[in-house]
Design a protein around this ligand. Structure first.
Ligand SMILES: [Cu+2]
Length: 305
């Protein structure tokens, strides 16, 4: 009877502690202290959930292991007048089973959840599913965005934008101030709530398209097209950067992502059209195609992709 009472008291205490802890979670904590807040993108939420759950499991395991270590050092400490080696334990089946099976279950579990989430993250919308199709070109040291037309979509397209390298703000002596002119950064527009597919290509060397608040990045490789699909769920401005060391001004290969309403998105596309940026700037603008007279091998992306 007494034992039962204790069990109930212990589980009540645990439930109270858990609810107090979880209810007190800030957006930052729910996001596992990664950049951004929950509800920024579908991919990002899935990845931060996996991240936070992994920490919960590992912390629970850590508490169990630290508890065992402390318990063993206290209970089996050397007493006064004790000499020589302590009693040795060998072939203790329960302990050996524990430290063999538990890690196998953990590794298998992490593997299974990683494989599941990675498969979801790499799923790409088919032609019929996507609302917006954007081709992103990485180049030393900026980004080009081709907003490709999507048949039957209510989102506008068939225009392009060419970005330039981030510019440092300089003082009156011409010295750098450590600030970036954010207004001039290459900007990628995404409509909120739309199913977006992004094709990643490179004009020269390997780069990596990274928006930290989306918790996702993927490389742009010359001659190979990578794809990913996502839904941006919250309007706002997000910072993006190249995450693959790509030369002298790699650190200046920055961009912005503007997640906007459908109306604002269509307006932006129209503004590019009004500037005469119709169509797309494809592989013809790759660096090796811009070196007349040289015999450098021309790397082009497979058009079928
Ligand atoms: Cu780069």
């Amino acid at each position: 009877m007494r034992k039962n009472h204790r069990k109930i008291a212990a589980s009540l205490a645990f439930a109270a502690l858990a609810s107090v802890t979880l209810a007190g979670c800030t957006a930052q904590e729910l996001n596992g202290y990664m950049p951004g807040e929950p509800g920024t993108s579908d991919l990002g939420d899935m990845i931060s959930t996996f991240w936070v759950n992994s920490w919960v499991v590992l912390l629970a395991l850590g508490i169990f292991v630290w508890g065992l270590i402390i318990w063993a050092t206290v209970v089996y400490r050397r007493r006064k007048n004790e000499t020589g080696m302590p009693r040795q334990i060998r072939y203790h089946m329960p302990i050996e089973m524990l430290f063999t099976i538990v890690p196998i279950i953990l590794v298998a579990g992490f593997f299974a959840f990683t494989a599941r989430d990675q498969a979801i993250a790499e799923e790409v919308y088919t032609e019929g599913e996507m609302d917006v199709h954007i081709e992103v070109y990485g180049k030393q040291w900026a980004w080009d965005f081709n907003y490709l037309p999507v048949e039957g979509s209510e989102y506008d397209g068939d225009v392009y934008y060419q970005g330039v390298q981030a510019e440092e703000v300089r003082d009156e002596n011409g010295d750098t101030t450590g600030e970036i002119n954010e207004d001039e950064l290459p900007t990628l527009y995404l409509p909120v709530g739309a199913q977006v597919t992004i094709d990643l290509k490179s004009r020269d060397v390997a780069h990596s398209f990274w928006v930290p608040e989306f918790h996702y990045k993927e490389d742009t490789i010359p001659g190979k097209t990578n794809h990913f699909s996502m839904v941006a769920e919250r309007e706002g401005t997000y910072i993006g950067k190249c995450a693959e060391l790509c030369g002298e001004y790699h650190s200046m290969m920055l961009f912005k992502v503007e997640v906007v309403s459908q109306a604002e998105y269509n307006e932006y596309i129209q503004s590019l059209r009004d500037e005469g940026n119709t169509g797309a700037v494809g592989d013809e603008a790759n660096r090796n195609n811009q070196n007349p007279g040289t015999k450098v091998p021309v790397i082009e992306h497979d058009q079928a992709e």
